[in-house]
Design a protein around this ligand. Structure first.
Ligand SMILES: *[C@@H]1O[C@H](CO)[C@@H](O)[C@H](O)[C@H]1NC(C)=O
Ligand SMILES: *[C@@H]1O[C@H](CO)[C@@H](O)[C@H](O)[C@H]1NC(C)=O
Ligand SMILES: *[C@@H]1O[C@H](CO)[C@@H](O)[C@H](O)[C@H]1NC(C)=O
Ligand SMILES: CC(=O)N[C@H]1CO[C@H](CO)[C@@H](O)[C@@H]1O
Length: 398
């Protein structure tokens, strides 16, 4: 390019920036982004300018398919900010090209962020799942999660889709008042470690009217969560909706106030469960957790408290869990179990569960009568109980 052309280019760029700032709309095509190209740089520039605006702003990725490498959208921003994704952004398929030990896309320290649009965050995870050996090797190479939402406040994630993440789809850390509404997670049943939405150390997180199909937990709630609501969620395939696992690491914070209501769980290996590790000398607590109006359709272990959670036999189940579980209710849970043991409450021998309630359970098993087993817990039982509550010997959970 000649000097004058370069000057013209930057002049136009400057005009575009001024126009964007006036309208509040920062379309990546105005920053050199175009379909089938890598838009990492364009998106970074658009975000920086939008974030600096004191009036409401909107970053727009229009319809089309784009390449995107590791990117981090940092706040705090000066005003409310929308991120509208109407296109599909694709991560590099080769895990080695996504250089991060966190997420492919991170939003951090943003207040009043709204992510919206009919677009797709496509992690192109198939290669990573094929290389995944974490089941055998605990020190396995970590691959990128699709979306990291760190320390967001008063924010909404609406309509967009997370597809085929290499690792967890969404990781919410340190959030306060964040809502997922009509969000979609989509990955095959065979994809390893692809939890849908993992929430940790957050307050006031709502997941509503959301559809999650994946290869691991649809929603997992880690330590330090308070006031979490999950309603109108459809889960499956996947491993169900879970609290935990807890009790694996030091300095875990208590879990308090979880509501899972009006959800449908379909063709999953577990339904609603609370899982804590035995063996580790890690103390902690989880309380005030309620599971209500849940339909189970061909679900393994539909109702499960598992305080002997020890995948791949990495620990000694004889050393009981030190996590105290209390004030838990399972109410109006109906449908079909794919395992004979439909209800299993396996609490810690050292610290039994307290204040557990089973009300209106109606779960059938196609291979004969379903069973229900309880250890180290005396639940309050009301309403219909099919299977009859706590009459079976506990069976090992796969
Ligand atoms: C939570 O965030 C939403 C979305 O920004 C906002 O409308 C609402 O007022 C916030 N709630 C509180 C209690 O701040
Ligand atoms: C729980 O969070 C919601 C927002 O998600 C908020 O409206 C409500 O006040 C919170 N309740 C408590 C007890 O903190
Ligand atoms: C229950 O969840 C479904 C989505 O599965 C939703 O359409 C419906 O509005 C929810 N009902 C209530 C009462 O929240
Ligand atoms: C966990 C589970 O039940 N998975 C089943 C989901 O449905 C497909 C197709 O019907 C089965 O092949 C899976 O085994």
């Amino acid at each position: 390019m000649k000097m004058s052309k370069i000057a013209t280019f930057f002049y136009l760029f400057l005009l575009a920036s001024i126009a964007n700032a006036q309208s509040g709309v920062f379309d990546i095509t105005k920053y050199g982004g175009h379909a089938d190209a890598d838009i990492t740089q364009a998106l970074t520039s658009a975000w920086k300018e939008a974030c600096a605006l004191t009036t409401p702003s909107k970053v727009v990725v229009p319809a089309g398919t784009y390449k995107l490498n590791v990117i981090s959208f940092q706040g705090p921003c000066k005003g409310k900010i929308d991120f509208q994704l109407d296109g599909t952004v694709q991560a590099p398929a080769d895990p080695a090209q996504v250089k991060t030990d966190g997420s492919w896309i991170t939003f951090e320290h943003v207040d009043h962020l709204t992510i919206l649009g009919k677009g797709v965050f496509d992690g192109q995870g198939a290669t990573a799942w094929n290389q995944n050996n974490c089941g055998k090797n605990p020190d396995c190479e970590k691959t990128a999660m699709n979306l990291g939402f760190n320390f967001l406040t008063n924010s909404i994630i609406r309509d967009v889709t997370s597809k085929d993440s290499k690792n967890f789809h969404v990781n919410v850390l340190g959030g306060n008042n964040v809502t997922f509404d009509h969000f979609t997670v989509s990955a095959p049943e065979t994809s390893l470690n692809t939890d849908g939405i993992h929430i940790g150390r957050s307050i006031g997180i709502n997941v509503i009217n959301t559809n999650i199909a994946t290869g691991d937990d649809c929603i997992s709630l880690g330590d330090g969560n308070k006031n979490i609501t999950v309603t109108g969620v459809t889960c499956g395939p996947g491993h169900g909706i879970s609290v935990g696992s807890l009790g694996r690491y030091n300095n875990e914070e208590p879990v308090e106030g979880i509501i899972v209501k009006n959800c449908t769980i379909k063709n999953t290996s577990n339904g609603v469960r609370i899982k804590t590790w035995p063996h580790y000398p890690v103390t902690g607590s989880a309380t005030d957790m309620h599971f209500e109006d849940i339909i189970m359709d061909n679900v393994g272990n539909p109702v499960l408290i598992d305080q002997e959670y020890c995948p791949w036999n990495q620990c000694n189940r004889a050393l009981s869990s030190k996590i105290k579980i209390s004030k838990v209710s399972f109410k109006n849970i109906r449908g079909t179990s794919s395992t004979k043991q439909a209800v299993k409450l396996a609490c810690s021998k050292g610290i039994p569960c307290e204040g557990v309630e089973l009300a209106d359970i109606d779960l059938t098993f196609s291979g004969g009568p379903a069973t229900s087993a309880c250890t180290n817990v005396k639940p309050i039982i009301t309403g219909k109980q099919n299977p009859p509550a706590c009459t079976a010997a506990p069976a090992p959970t796969s």
